[in-house]
Design a binder for this molecule. Sequence first.
Ligand code: SF4
Ligand code: SF4
Length: 467
Amino acid sequence: MAVRTAQKTPAERLLEVLGPVDRFHDRTELGDFGMPARAFMEDILEPVARGGPSSRMGPLEKVHAFWFAGMSCDGCTVSVTGAQAPSVESLVLGAHPGLPRVVLHHPVVNVESGPSYMRAHEMAISGELEGPYVIILEGSISDETRAIETGGYWSGQGEEPWGPDGELRTVSTDEWIARLAPNAAASIAIGTCATWGGVPAADGNPTGAMSMMDFLGKDYRSAFGVPVVNVPGCAPIGDNFTETVAAILYFLQGFGPLPEFDELGRPAWLFGETVHRHCVRGAYYEEGSYADEFGDPECLVEIGCWGPVVNCNITSRGAINHVGGCMNAGGACIGCTMPGFPDKFTPFYKRPPGSLVSTAASRLLGSFVRPLRRYTNDHLNREVRWDLNKEVPSGWSRESSAPTMVQEVGHKFYDRMRRSSDTGRSSGEVWGKREEWTYEHNPEREATQEQIDLAVTDRGKPTNKES
Ligand code: SF4
Ligand code: SF4
């Protein structure tokens, strides 16, 4: 018996303790609890959300999405409501061709409350709901069997007459997940708490916090055969989530294969790269220039950035609508998308030990590369005409950038190297490719008609390539 219990998932163990449910609220009279207008979100949106049978594509007209919050700060909700590509509004209005419209059941967004809000949840459990449903969890799962021992709960949503003799009791988030997951079309964990355990599961962990995957077990598959989908981040990028939902809906609609997920259930196209590879400060790292304190523009690795070893796309996608994001806003990466977060990244804002080797190498290389680049950058900041006239005609004190003798020699050498592989090169002077011939206030440099004719004829010559 003990062995059999050990093999059960935490979800199965919880349901074993709670037993089945067989009664729900009286649906003939839900009352006015918090909603005197007795309006249901689905009813309000349906007339504007559904374009009619002719605009429907695929077998599914709608998919219910049940959102639950476990051990959570609601940051995931804040991120997702700001998503732009696609937005929540466009999903619930069915604005995407081919996608079923999403009937969202979210405790923050919906107009219903009390028993009215719980009605669709009950119908999903009893199999009466029209259309398939997905479940979404933000925040980690706590071990409610510990709380039950003292008669309480860690996190819950709504009350149901599931107590002894129909007595109302708060239904924990874990219970909803355990009861709804087996028949869900997909189970999606959003944010690092739901995907891996996150902050509530950090060292100490008094609630026994865990991820949705830990709770449902590795053998879990949704009704459509999909394991738990994980979109991590603390808070996650809202667009990462809505884009993943849209991709899954296309799959459920039969319009395409299941998009590619990695071995941890992350959308592979979103989490395949490290932060560092697209960081706006990456060139500073390569040149060996590092920030000493926050507010400096250079690479943040020496003040605690883990970007080179963290899977996250915020550097290419931004926080919302390609705006913001950690390094763009001056923050170092603390690895918030990773399963090892936070324990493997603490203490925060201390240099990651593994960066010592690479930063030493970059510093050494950078000490050569930086002066050379400055040298060439200086050269490229002068128009050819200014070089020939040895004067920068700017009222913004640019005269100081006129080339010195050493720079002239260096850049002539550099230009020869640059043009050595140019198969279309002319026989003209290097460094600028052309002679200046008229300049009114500098008669010494005034070209003769002969020089002008020669220049024109030179330009008209066929290139080596053409001949
Ligand atoms: S700030 Fe972080 S992610 Fe950006 S270049 Fe430096 S180490 Fe890489
Ligand atoms: S860059 Fe790092 S800290 Fe910022 S969101 Fe990505 S993983 Fe989290």
